[in-house]
Design a protein around this ligand. Structure first.
Ligand SMILES: Nc1ncnc2c1ncn2[C@@H]1O[C@H](COP(=O)(O)OP(=O)(O)OP(=O)(O)O)[C@@H](O)[C@H]1O
Length: 278
């Protein structure tokens, strides 16, 4: 890729393609007669933190799977960390991406110790087997667990953790390989109010850390947007409703169009709240 190549894909303004961690150009995904997403243009720069927001079935997970090199487009082009899907080895690409999803959580053995859940990410395995971990890896895993506020759970089996503790352990795992991009699929799903607020605060600290990787978080709820997130992609029925800077994009009008309801959007400090207007 040429060093000074520029693109207007997604944002509508020019960016240096070398700063892009994700670039989607006219992307559609189809399965039989179903369109999962249609004609998506989207790009994410190195220092950006994106929230992908939309109702059930809007195509959020599909977009995240494309970004995670877990799925190929039917038409259009997807570049992830400078590599074009379809002409790169995704097995070399995936370790550069930290992915946290319910699908991954369900594959984690219940008896696995939390420390090993994190450290085994370095070997791209689910479930510790015979790998020989370096002391430095174990120390890094413990530091990441500390960063997520669950250092004291390192010796507990994963299956004994609460939902919120599991989510935090999996985010620590996703960060273990020092990824160039972090993808979080509904990290606050299933958490109680305290668990959600704890997670939002942790993700906010991560988002505000200039050394943290580019981040994309999928959610249904504006209440789950951590302060420090900079951009939003709003999806409905597989298409883009709006995208760009969070403050510009997250309006009552856009949110109402995205969810197909007349919504009232409120902002308190750096947090958003939405209710239906009756
Ligand atoms: N393999 C498939 N075959 C047919 N349709 C599919 C397939 N996978 C997903 N879909 C459909 O594509 C649409 C988008 O799915 P996707 O999982 O991306 O939505 P989502 O926004 O993540 O939804 P949710 O919030 O409910 O998780 C949905 O209508 C879904 O039923």
């Amino acid at each position: 890729m040429s060093t000074n190549a520029r693109t207007t894909a997604g944002h509508g303004w020019e960016v240096d393609v070398d700063d892009l961690v994700i670039r989607m150009d006219g992307v559609s995904v189809r399965r039989a007669a179903n369109a999962l997403v249609t004609d998506v243009d989207w790009s994410v720069e190195l220092d950006e933190r994106w929230v992908v927001l939309g109702p059930n079935g809007a195509g959020k997970t599909t977009v995240l799977k494309l970004a995670g090199a877990e799925m190929y487009p039917t038409t259009g082009a997807v570049d992830v960390l400078g590599e074009r899907l379809g002409s790169t080895n995704v097995f070399e690409l995936r370790p550069r991406i930290g992915l946290c999803s319910a699908a991954l959580a369900s594959r984690m053995p219940a008896e696995e110790l939390v420390r090993d859940v994190v450290v085994s990410a370095g070997y791209a395995v689910v479930g510790r087997w015979n790998e020989d971990y370096d002391h430095i890896d174990t120390e890094r895993a413990e530091e990441l667990l500390r960063g997520m506020g669950i250092a004291e759970l390192a010796d507990r089996p994963f299956g004994t953790l609460s939902e919120g503790e599991r989510k935090r352990a999996l985010i620590a795992r996703a960060l273990m390989t020092d990824p160039e991009m972090l993808l979080l699929d509904e990290p606050a799903a299933g958490l109680d109010l305290g668990g959600r607020e704890e997670l939002v605060a942790r993700l906010s600290a991560l988002a505000l850390d200039p050394d943290a990787p580019a981040m994309t978080l999928v959610t249904h709820h504006v209440e789950e947007i951590p302060p420090g997130f900079t951009h939003a992609l709003l999806l409905r029925e597989g298409g883009v409703v709006a995208q760009g800077l969070l403050d510009d994009v997250l309006t009552e009008r856009n949110l109402s169009e995205t969810f197909g309801q007349d919504l009232r959007l409120q902002r308190t400090g750096d947090r958003y709240f939405a209710t239906r207007r009756d």
